[in-house]
Structures are given as C-alpha cells and as structure tokens.
Design a protein around this ligand. Sequence first.
Ligand SMILES: [Zn+2]
Length: 93
Amino acid sequence: MFNFNSDKKKKIEKINLGIKQTVLERAKYRCQVCSKKFNNQEIPFFNHINGSLKDNRPANLKALCKECFEGTGENKIKDNMFGKLRSLIRKVI
Ligand SMILES: [Zn+2]
C-alpha cells in the first residue's frame, strides 16, 4: 500500500533546532505578523519566505503563530493536495 507519511518526510527537510533558535531570537519570540508571544500553548511555525520548503536558511524563515501560518498558504497547498487526492479517489470509486 501507499505510505504517504514516510514519503513526505523524505522530501521536506527538517529545519534544525539551531536555525529555529536563530529565527526565534531574531523575532524576539513573537509572531512576526501579529506579535503574539510564543509559549507552551502558542507553538511557533516556520514560514518559508521564498516559498522553497528546502531553503531552510534563517534569512528565508519567518516565525509565525498557528493562525498566521495557516494564512500564508503553505498549509493551504497541502490541503489542496489532499483535496485533489480525495476527489481523485472519489472518481475512482
Ligand atoms: Zn500571528
């Protein structure tokens, strides 16, 4: 059977902790869109400024809260992918 999860992990490179730390310090531990402070409940998400998910340089990353990250389109792209997949499966069935 298809294993979408393991396939996805291979393609998207993880942002390492040191880079996350650099981006968070630069953002003063706040969302770079709405200035919400990050804490245990408000986990930072990392948006790729140039759109390339492989470009994990600190200069290409923005620290965002969940709400702002969802508005960036990175999540929407994923949703669309699954939406397309779902409609494809529906057609087959
Ligand atoms: Zn925000």
